[in-house]
Write a protein that binds this ligand. Structure first.
Ligand code: SAH
Length: 371
């Protein structure tokens, strides 16, 4: 084993070490530092994520002494639900309270043959996309890996593990602005000792943070979704202001590189396209989209816009969506139209707002600056 930096301050009485967000590698290192065998990590991963056990005392295949030591040094804090709502269509939305009092939203979308948990990655969001409700509340902070995977932990306990087949990081926030925590949480989601989700079934969605897309192709085997929403820089600058920093040509070049990465072999990138009436839903837009994506292994997900109070956009008509769909399909793309789900409980895409406490001023800029 290569010599590793001291990661955990084992002497830090009073600030317990959070184990919930540690992936296999980190946990193994932690146990080695405790003077234990690395496979203790495997036992703890199973207890926590497979069986939902949060009491060290109940982890009966660890020695009593080790259990006592863990209880002394460590903590396993899961989010607390302050509200749970179920839509007429079966979609569930939970408002989860974090230890610092901030709240985030997590959604479960049941479908005939799959069940998807939509997970948040930040409290609020810094990106200010023109059509998104989360943007309105500003940015407060990144979630920790524990808080990200904690949402899946919570959903599993509520629903049972076999209800959940997919995870999408499409809740509040921009996942790639919280890179390390997101990658680590996704590793736990895909670990057979924890949730065991296939890499095709864990999807990270980004508004297009080019350098982070390149890093992601090395760091994770999770799937990628890109929120495109426009086919010209002029329009995309308005809808997704991040485009001013990373315009379409550079974003699509990064997507091309991503699709070629060894960890991604044979997989397609999902391009999300929100359908806004009279804004980006013309036949000319559809034809431009065909051209832009012609050299990238892609599938396209059309998202009928979900309105919320005070927003100047409207959802495209079913006819406009169908016409758009037809042009893309005839060009050979796999195109799905996302059925709006959970609208009656404001759980649909772009409607998640959580509750943000005192967004610190200037942090949004900082978060972007570091991108
Ligand atoms: N920041 C990430 C993930 C969050 S949003 C990203 O941009 O990809 C998940 C998807 O919902 C994105 O494609 C986003 O653009 C879309 N979305 C946001 N607001 C929406 C709304 N009001 N109606 C429909 N889709 C919306």
């Amino acid at each position: 084993m290569k010599s590793s930096p001291v990661l955990f301050d084992l002497s830090s009485i009073g600030s317990p070490i959070e184990l919930l967000g540690m992936n296999r590698e980190e946990l193994e290192l932690f146990f080695v530092q405790l003077g234990e065998k690395p496979f203790r990590a495997h036992q703890v991963l199973k207890w926590v994520h497979k069986h939902g056990v949060m009491e060290f005392a109940a982890m009966t295949d660890l020695s009593k002494a080790l259990r006592a030591r863990l209880a002394d040094l460590c903590t396993l804090r899961v989010p607390q639900a302050v509200r749970g709502q179920t839509s007429r269509d079966g979609t569930c939305k939970w408002l989860l309270k974090l230890p610092d009092g901030n709240c985030i939203e997590t959604v479960f979308i049941p479908e005939e043959r799959r069940g998807t948990v939509c997970v948040s990655s930040q409290v609020g969001c810094a990106l200010r996309c023109a059509f998104c409700a989360t943007a309105r509340q500003g940015f407060s902070r990144n979630l920790t890996a524990a808080e990200i995977v904690g949402q899946l932990w919570y959903a599993c306990r509520q629903l049972g593990e076999n209800q959940i087949t997919n995870v999408v990081l499409m809740g509040m926030g921009e996942p790639l602005l919280n890179f390390d925590a997101v990658v680590s949480a996704c590793a736990i989601m895909m670990d057979d000792l924890a949730y065991g989700l296939a890499k095709r079934r864990v999807t990270i969605s980004t508004a297009g943070l080019v350098p982070a897309i390149d890093r992601l192709s090395e760091a994770s085997s999770a799937s990628l979704a890109v929120s495109l929403h426009a086919t010209t820089d002029e329009l995309r600058n308005d809808l997704v202001p991040l485009n001013r920093k990373y315009p379409l040509a550079s974003l699509l070049a990064a997507c091309r590189r991503f699709a070629l990465a060894p960890k991604q072999r044979g997989r397609k990138i999902t391009f999300e396209y929100v359908m806004l009436a009279g804004v980006n839903d013309s036949q000319a837009d559809a034809r431009r989209l065909v051209k832009l994506l012609s050299t990238i292994p892609s599938k396209i997900n059309l998202i009928p816009f979900n309105p919320f109070p005070g927003i100047p956009f409207q959802r495209s008509t079913p006819e406009a969506i169908e016409r758009f769909w037809e042009i893309l399909t005839k060009a050979g793309f796999l195109v799905t139209v996302r059925r709006p789900r959970g609208e009656d409980i404001a759980a649909a895409c772009g409607q998640l707002v959580g509750e943000v406490k005192n967004p610190p001023k200037g942090q949004a800029q900082m978060a972007l600056g570091a991108a």
